[in-house]
Design a protein around this ligand. Structure first.
Ligand code: SF4
Length: 259
């Protein structure tokens, strides 16, 4: 895909994006039959993709990497949606726990960070690999799944935007051995919320408090300090203490700076 193609898909109307999403999901069924899954974090984007995928196959395997450091609200929401929608949920456990990863590799950093002496690009956080990527890859291979739908969208981050420009919304990852399909790659956050509202799709109640739902311990996104200090002040203090012990340069702020 080139930038012009990406740009025209991003600028397409909301209705055209919905049609395109249904088209790409139908195409995936024609190509992979039942060897498909949805990778679902129970955030708003992957639930929208799940909604579309279930129009064709209500029994599609739903792979959830339950990291063990999810918000309790996310766990409750996942269980509730599984009951209400009768999901074929496959829960995947982390290959290493978050705290094991912290002890071995330190706290996760964003993929690109501005430091005093230039940019630091730590790449994929090790905990993402051990708690999500590896466990999902192993399960997908074990189940003989050939392709997985994800809820990735271009406006989540600069990296995701460039991933789509470079690879498109449908590509094979050789080292994983299966295809990634991003049916709502060209949607923006506003369109995702509009679709949720129009179709009465349940959403994770944590969105009433924060914009970004992921691991509650995550230090790999900008603004994590403020978010964590607000919703989990005890955890924030604990992480600051642990950062100090590990000599992490981010251990500079006090909770009183934020609340
Ligand atoms: S979301 Fe954050 S804490 Fe969770 S696995 Fe990825 S980097 Fe680690």
């Amino acid at each position: 895909m080139n930038f012009e193609q990406f740009d025209s898909r991003v600028k397409a109307s909301y209705e055209d994006k919905i049609n395109y999403t249904r088209k790409i999901i139908r195409k995936a069924y024609n190509e992979f039959g039942r060897k498909l899954s949805v990778s679902c974090s129970f955030g708003k984007d992957s639930v929208v993709v799940l909604y579309f995928a279930r129009e064709l196959d209500p029994d599609i395997p739903v792979l959830w990497a339950n990291t063990g450091v999810e918000f309790p609200e996310t766990v409750k929401f996942a269980r509730k949606l599984t009951r209400e929608w009768g999901l074929n949920l496959i829960e995947v456990k982390p290959a290493k726990t978050f705290w094991q990863c912290v002890n071995e590799y330190g706290f996760p950093w964003p993929r690109k960070v501005k430091m005093k002496n230039g940019y630091k690009t730590p790449g994929t956080p090790r905990c993402c690999y051990w708690m999500k990527e590896k466990s999902l890859k192993d399960k997908i291979q074990e189940l003989g799944i050939e392709a997985t739908f994800t809820g990735l969208t271009w406006d989540e981050s600069y990296q995701r935007k460039w991933l789509i420009i470079r690879h498109g919304d449908w590509y094979f990852v050789k080292k994983k051995g299966y295809w990634f399909i991003h049916p709502i790659a060209y949607w923006n956050t506003f369109e995702v919320w509009m679709f949720i509202e129009e179709n009465n799709i349940p959403f994770n109640p944590m969105y009433e408090k924060i914009e970004r739902i992921g691991c509650r311990t995550c230090t790999a996104h900008f603004g994590w300090e403020k978010q964590m200090a607000l919703v989990s002040p005890k955890l924030y203090n604990y992480i600051m203490k642990k950062m100090r012990e590990l000599g992490d340069p981010r251990a500079t702020y006090l909770i009183s700076d934020f609340v």
